[in-house]
Write a protein that binds this ligand. Structure first.
Ligand SMILES: *Cc1c(COP(=O)(O)O)cnc(C)c1O
Length: 407
């Protein structure tokens, strides 16, 4: 470890050379001195969203009232196409709607119905709670078998374990692309191919990838995907999630919630349900229009910055953090609980320490916002649009001082 890297001036030089540095000013972030490393939990507020919400509330809702539905009605699919640009999906395959959990349920049921006779759902034992609970519930309701992959919680899903777990009885495999706890990045192309060889369908959760890691859904031949928008997409608390259904399957699959927004002729108000054509058939009821507009603004900002530059900065940020942590935190008994190879991780880095929960509380008291995850882990989430290298330096130094002081 060179002394230069440990010098705060180096962090300042990295900020000065950062082509995305200007994007931070496009967010509210108005608390002086605050270091926010929790954008992977709730992203910051874009100023464009603030202006858009004001306009929508005053003019579109306040003045125009129900007349606004004329242009609101297409918003979920329009915002979906923007999220599609972020995730390598051609237009017409992504919809912004509901939350991630509900979308997981809809797509998992649709996939199982498309593989009648197959009795096994595979997920990983360290997948995000909703992802596990939803398939646990579906397996219980339908009398299916749920196979849990034994995953190393720091290293993520091993494709060979997926290969060993799937067979001719497997209907669906559901995994997270970036692990919420460790940030480990799964091999989307490789695992999807393994699942297809067994004749099963693949469902990816992109909550911790979209906006931080390039995703190529069409290129990887993915069947189904879901993801939220309030993390790196900065769409705000409770903003609707998205779902992706490959054009190969879109006309074949049926989702389990038959609502009027997915009816072929919504205002016919007819006696029977007939699913709409296209991605619209995965809608349920009235969408959150304000939330969907916020997704549009967040996605536009990311697309303007460019997915290549975003990933390049994200890799630099996490690598810089790992370097500082090796010098300052590891000698104090803090282990790095994220893959060291930058190509195998997403936008956050986790640390293991017996007092992780207290470290997060004390950092927060000093204006450094991070978060805690069981067991004994704290995460530094580095959002490429808003996080500065000096933030990484200051936060790591604060963690070092705190651990040094309290052991
Ligand atoms: C954040 C997150 C979710 C959130 O699901 P919601 O239903 O939108 O609350 C789901 N899965 C993963 C992997 C997540 O990180």
């Amino acid at each position: 470890m060179s002394q230069v890297v440990l010098d705060r001036a180096q962090a300042g030089e990295l900020d000065a050379a950062d082509p995305l540095a200007g994007y931070r000013e496009r967010f509210l972030l108005d608390e002086p001195g605050l270091i926010y490393l929790n954008g992977n939990s709730l992203g910051a507020l874009p100023l464009a969203t603030l202006r858009r919400m004001d306009r929508m509330l005053r003019q579109e809702w306040g003045t125009a009232l129900a007349r606004s539905w004329d242009h609101w009605v297409d918003l979920p699919a329009r915002a979906g196409d923007l999220v599609g640009e972020l995730t390598g999906a051609a237009p017409g395959q992504v919809l912004v709607t509901d939350n991630t959990t509900v979308n997981l349920y809809k797509l998992a049921c649709a996939a199982l119905d498309a593989r009648p006779g197959r009795r096994v759902i595979v997920t990983d034992a360290d997948n995000f709670p909703s992802d596990r609970y939803v398939v646990e519930g579906i397996a219980a309701q339908r009398g299916l078998e749920l196979r849990m992959l034994p995953t190393d919680i720091d290293e993520g899903v091993d494709p060979e374990l997926v290969r060993a777990a799937v067979d001719e009885d497997t209907a669906l495999v559901s995994l997270s692309h970036v692990a919420y706890r460790s940030g480990a990045l799964a091999d989307m192309a490789g695992i999807t191919a393994i699942v297809h060889q067994a004749g099963a369908l693949m469902l990816w959760d992109l909550c911790h990838s979209v906006g931080a890691v390039p995703v190529d859904l069409d290129g990887c031949d993915v069947d189904l995907a879901v993801g939220c928008t309030y993390k790196y997409v900065n769409a705000g608390p409770g903003a609707p999630a998205f779902l992706y259904v490959s054009a190969r399957l879109r006309e074949v699959l049926r989702q389990p919630i038959w609502g009027w927004f997915s009816q072929a002729d919504q205002f016919e108000m007819g006696p029977r349900y007939h699913p709409a054509a296209g991605i619209t058939k995965f809608m349920t009821g009235t969408p959150s229009i304000l939330g969907t507009a916020a997704v549009e603004e967040g996605a536009r900002l990311l697309l303007e910055a460019g997915l290549g530059p975003l990933r390049a900065k994200s890799v630099l940020l996490t690598s810089y953090l790992v370097e500082l942590a090796d010098a300052w935190l590891v000698p104090l008994g803090c282990a790095i609980a994220t893959p060291r190879d930058a190509s195998r991780r997403g936008g956050h880095v986790s640390f293991r320490h017996p007092r992780a929960e207290r470290i997060v509380e004390e950092l927060a008291a000093g204006g450094v916002i991070t978060d805690y995850r069981t067991p004994e882990r704290f995460r530094f989430g580095l959002s490429p649009l808003t996080t500065r290298f000096t933030d990484v330096w200051d936060a790591t130094q604060a963690a070092r001082d705190l651990i040094e002081r309290e052991g």
